[in-house]
Design a protein around this ligand. Structure first.
Ligand SMILES: Nc1ncnc2c1ncn2[C@@H]1O[C@H](COP(=O)(O)OP(=O)(O)O)[C@@H](O)[C@H]1O
Ligand SMILES: [Mg+2]
Length: 353
């Protein structure tokens, strides 16, 4: 059997560029060398596409970046692959499947998935609509409420409404009170997220969120456990168990996620069996409602009284050493190399998106 050629795309213009490099390293290390030939494609922070020929071990340190050469993905179905460009020399690189290990804007929001659709090359993960809807928390909330999944009370506001800041703050106090959470609708890794304890902090939080997106969400504060589950597959899905996040900070901030070794994940979460089952059911429900494919991590809060509150869904969850998605499946007896294998199989299954 000839090896399948897999293009792993990583980096990207989003605030999660560096996390993507770590995730891509994990994915590449776990792709079987007997089955796959990997073509690593790097998108720089400014959005240039580069072909990377070096060792997987050097991806994170970036020492190779100056040697990477230009490359582009052809949107034409005639090529089904990339072009390596050096000066006026162009070499075609056909690929069998694309594995985008990109987090956040430009990678997880449907835009690059649109390019994959044009190219006719199968790709891992969610399609255009599901990626875009899951990336946008305000839209995810509309869909989740439509299918009856419990969520935090919230207000959605927009950059163009911020001239009415006092009114927004009045509404926040009337409907949600303090503390409240303020976040950009489309971001990730807690970038632009604020826990506001009073009116002044809320105002600052709204302005900060508005720097990251035109749509801003203000949410009631949910006290309780922060838990996550993982979904794998297209129409026939497998749902992992539930894990808990113990953030070493006031909330699971960027720092608590990636820089604070005291943040911990506990698998399985110490929750009653019926709560776990409910969480898994809600995860399947939102996955289907958003028409997801391949994979997603679905995040919830569980209040002390047992109430489950859906928080968000991530269509390209992290694959770092502390990431919940691969760990939850590891706990199910699915190693990360089997996991990436199954993701590629799902991409190549030919099932409609
Ligand atoms: N309503 C809320 N109540 C309590 N904590 C929250 C709430 N919303 C977010 N958080 C905290 O902020 C973190 C980041 O928010 P989240 O909505 O998950 O955005 P991101 O896409 O950046 O991960 C969460 O992991 C959680 O710790
Ligand atoms: Mg989150």
């Amino acid at each position: 059997m000839s090896k399948k050629v897999v293009a792993v795309i990583f980096g990207g213009k989003s605030s999660e560029h560096d996390i993507s490099k770590i995730s891509a390293t994990t994915v590449m290390r776990n792709l079987s060398q007997d089955k796959y030939r990997v073509i690593p494609i790097y998108i720089t922070k400014t959005g240039e596409w580069k072909l990377y020929d070096g060792s997987v071990d050097n991806i994170v340190n970036g020492s190779w970046e100056k040697y990477a050469v230009s490359c582009i993905l052809s949107p034409s179905t005639e090529h089904k692959g990339f072009f390596r460009i050096v000066g006026d020399k162009i070499k075609s690189i056909p690929v069998d499947v694309i594995f985008p290990v990109l987090h956040g804007k430009g990678g997880e929001d449907g835009s690059i998935q649109g390019l994959f659709e044009m190219s006719g090359i199968p790709y891992v993960g969610c399609g255009v609509l599901s990626s875009a809807a899951a990336m946008d928390k305000a839209y995810t909330k509309i869909i989740a409420s439509h299918v009856g999944i419990p969520q935090a009370k919230h207000i959605t506001t927009y950059r163009h409404e911020l001239d009415n800041m006092e009114k927004i703050l009045d509404k926040t106090e009337k409907k949600l009170g303090y503390p409240c959470f303020i976040k950009p609708s489309r971001a990730g890794s807690s970038v632009g997220v604020t826990k506001a304890e009073n009116r002044e902090q809320a105002k600052k939080g709204i302005l900060l969120a508005a720097e990251n997106d035109k749509t801003i969400i203000i949410e009631e504060y949910i006290a309780g456990h922060e838990v996550e589950t993982a979904v794998l597959g297209n129409l026939d899905i497998q749902i992992a168990g539930v894990g808990e996040i113990l953030a070493a900070d006031e909330f699971y901030s960027y720092d608590a996620k990636y820089n604070n070794a005291k943040s911990r994940t506990v698998i399985p979460a110490a929750l009653p069996a019926e709560t776990v089952e409910k969480i898994r059911k809600y995860a399947a429900k939102i996955y289907k409602a958003l028409d997801c494919r391949g994979l997603s991590r679905v995040d919830f809060f569980v209040r002390e009284n047992g109430d489950i509150i859906f928080n968000e869904i991530n269509t390209m969850p992290g694959f770092t050493s502390i990431s919940m998605y691969p760990m939850l499946f590891e706990h199910e007896g699915i190693s990360t190399s089997e996991l990436v294998d199954r993701l590629i199989e799902a991409a190549l299954s030919g099932e409609e998106r």
